[in-house]
Design a protein around this ligand. Structure first.
Ligand code: IFM
Length: 449
């Protein structure tokens, strides 16, 4: 097999991605207010090692050096997120000029280097005062989000041509309010479903605000999507596949791209909610027309009914494939499968892979990180992207997750996703073999394996 950049369309966008809380640090500088992740990380037992994003990888101070790194890698674009509590420290009302000034500097530095900024408005750092007022389960949060989006559009819309409203609303809703594994750490299935709707409502309202104030910008949303496969053909397995696919994928794809919730999932969750939080006209808002759909892909779900019959429990099975340091099976074909499926079921909306990558137990030895597993991972997934394009998918871009090692949420700093290594004590950055490989690929080298 061999693969080269020339196997992709000439105008394909190649980038790297990060998010604010995972890299910025400086959580009390520049007027930033507290977010739910500050509170969650400060709560004993929530994050491995008691880690937090308080310092992270100091990107707030080192952004210029990090943009130089991107230029060295040769990427076309950088997907970053804007911290809502930097822009509006309390989540509503007055804007912090100092907070916005940071993103001004970042955007200008990127543009100076010829790197196109792709800004995500919400990558999980909800201002704490909004959570204190009820968080995403409360409808008002959607309106506050649209107000914040308008401020960002006013400040950056003259230079940022690509906006992503939400990153992975499934995680915000179901990990944040359902399992409690992420901030704000609540465990209430009904609240999680209400949160999912208000996130999508906020998305739709933010699209309206962006269209009004930055009419030339391309606007999308990023969903974490998974192909779902049966672990075996035993009794009830197909229904588990339907249920998991319903809640992981269709619960978000349908309201955004079809303007409806999938009826089978509505029936599945009827014992948890009557969906009275869905008001007349909401689904027209959630399905505002988009310029692209961002797809984050990491692995496939392989499922079967759990051991206890009648409980609705799901077993997530392993197929014995190689796994990443998070135990996720490496399954590049799952990427082409999910892209082909979205195109088949939802039409020809342009797709962008806004995240794809893997955590491995990297070691820095003599100034180098020989992360051959990550090189293989990236190469395999790019090949899957090329396969999807050949199959008719309007795929427009690929962003590697992540530019550099960072705060991996509840896993703290123990899991490294970067193509650039960061020494968390000294903050020294070292390009890993995967970063060198990506740079060579972007420079046009043909890669063989
Ligand atoms: O680090 C996260 C990112 O913030 C959202 N998508 C998945 C990544 C890996 O877990």
């Amino acid at each position: 097999m061999d693969l080269s950049r020339s196997d992709f369309p000439a105008d394909f966008t190649w980038g790297v991605a990060t998010s604010s809380y995972q890299i910025e640090g400086a959580t009390t500088e520049g007027g930033r207010g507290p977010s739910i992740w500050d509170t969650f990380s400060a709560t004993p037992g929530r994050v491995v090692g008691g880690d937090s994003g308080e310092v992270a990888v100091e990107h707030f101070h080192r952004y210029a050096q990090d943009v130089d790194l991107m230029a060295d890698l040769g990427v076309d674009a950088y997907r970053f997120s804007i911290a809502w509590p930097r822009v509006q420290p309390t989540g509503s009302g007055a804007v912090s000029r100092a907070g916005l000034a940071f993103y001004d500097r970042l955007v200008d530095t990127l543009l100076d280097k010829g790197i196109t900024p792709w800004a995500t408005l919400y990558h999980w750092d909800l201002p704490q005062p909004l959570e204190d007022a009820g968080g995403w389960p409360v409808r008002d949060t959607a309106h506050r989000f649209a107000e914040y989006a308008a401020h960002v559009a006013d400040a950056l819309g003259d230079r940022v041509g690509h906006f992503i409203t939400l990153n992975e609303p499934w995680c915000s809703a179901f990990l944040g309010y359902g399992s409690g594994r992420h901030a704000p750490g609540r465990s209430d299935a009904g609240a999680a479903l209400a949160a999912s709707h208000h996130l999508l409502l906020g998305h739709g309202l933010a699209v309206q605000a962006l269209r009004e104030r930055a009419p030339q910008a391309q606007v999308g949303i990023t969903l974490n999507l998974y192909p779902v496969a049966p672990a075996h053909d035993g009794h009830g397995t197909q229904d588990v596949v339907r249920r998991v696919d319903g809640l992981s994928n269709r619960w978000f794809l349908d309201p955004v791209l079809r303007g409806s919730y999938p009826q089978d999932v509505v029936d599945d969750v009827a014992h948890l909610t009557d969906l009275s939080f869905v008001h007349d006209g909401d689904l027209e808002v959630t399905s505002a027309s988009l310029d692209f759909l961002g797809v984050n892909y990491y692995t496939r779900h392989v499922v079967a009914p759990g051991a206890l019959p009648g409980t609705g429990e799901v077993d997530f099975a392993s197929r014995g494939l190689p796994t990443t340091a998070l135990g996720w099976e490496v399954d590049p074909e799952g990427l082409s499968d999910i892209l082909l499926r979205v195109t088949r079921d939802y039409g020809d909306i342009p797709l962008v892979i806004t995240e794809n990558g893997a955590a491995f137990d990297d070691e820095l030895v003599d100034g180098a990180v020989h992360d051959t597993e990550r090189v293989d991972f990236l190469r395999g997934h790019l090949e899957a992207g090329a396969k999807a394009i050949a199959g008719g998918v309007p795929l427009r871009g690929y962003f590697a997750w992540s530019l550099m090692d960072n705060f991996e949420w509840a896993e703290g700093y123990a899991k490294r996703f970067g193509i650039v290594h960061v020494d968390f004590d000294t903050q020294v950055r070292t390009i890993k073999d995967s970063g060198h490989w990506y740079a060579a690929f972007l420079a046009g080298e043909r890669t063989q394996y």
